[in-house]
Design a protein. Structure first.
Length: 83
C-alpha cells in the first residue's frame, strides 16, 4: 500500500467533493471565474488539487462526462512553460 486509504479518502473529500458537490462552478469555485468549467478544465483542476496529497505521487486524473465523452490529464510535461 502506497498511502493509507482512509487518509486519501479524507483528502479527496476535503479537496474535491466538498468544494465541487452541488456547486455552480462558474461562480462558486474561484478557479472557474476566469475559465469555463469544461470537462477538460474540471479534470485539470481536480488533478491540481489531488496532486497536493503529500503521501503519494498522482499519476493521472480521468473524468467521464458520458459513456463516449471523457478527458484524462497527466499533468504538465517536465519543462513545460506557458506564457
Amino acid at each position: 500500500m502506497i498511502a493509507n486509504l482512509a487518509d486519501l479518502d479524507a483528502f479527496v473529500e476535503r479537496a474535491v467533493i466538498e468544494p465541487f458537490d452541488h456547486k455552480y462552478l462558474n461562480e462558486e469555485i474561484a478557479e472557474f471565474r476566469a475559465s469555463v468549467p469544461t470537462t477538460e478544465n474540471v479534470c485539470i483542476e481536480i488533478f491540481n488539487r489531488l496532486s497536493r496529497f503529500p503521501q503519494a505521487k498522482l499519476e493521472r486524473v480521468r473524468v467521464e462526462e458520458t459513456g463516449s465523452n471523457s478527458f484524462e490529464y497527466l499533468g504538465e510535461p517536465a519543462g513545460a512553460n506557458h506564457e
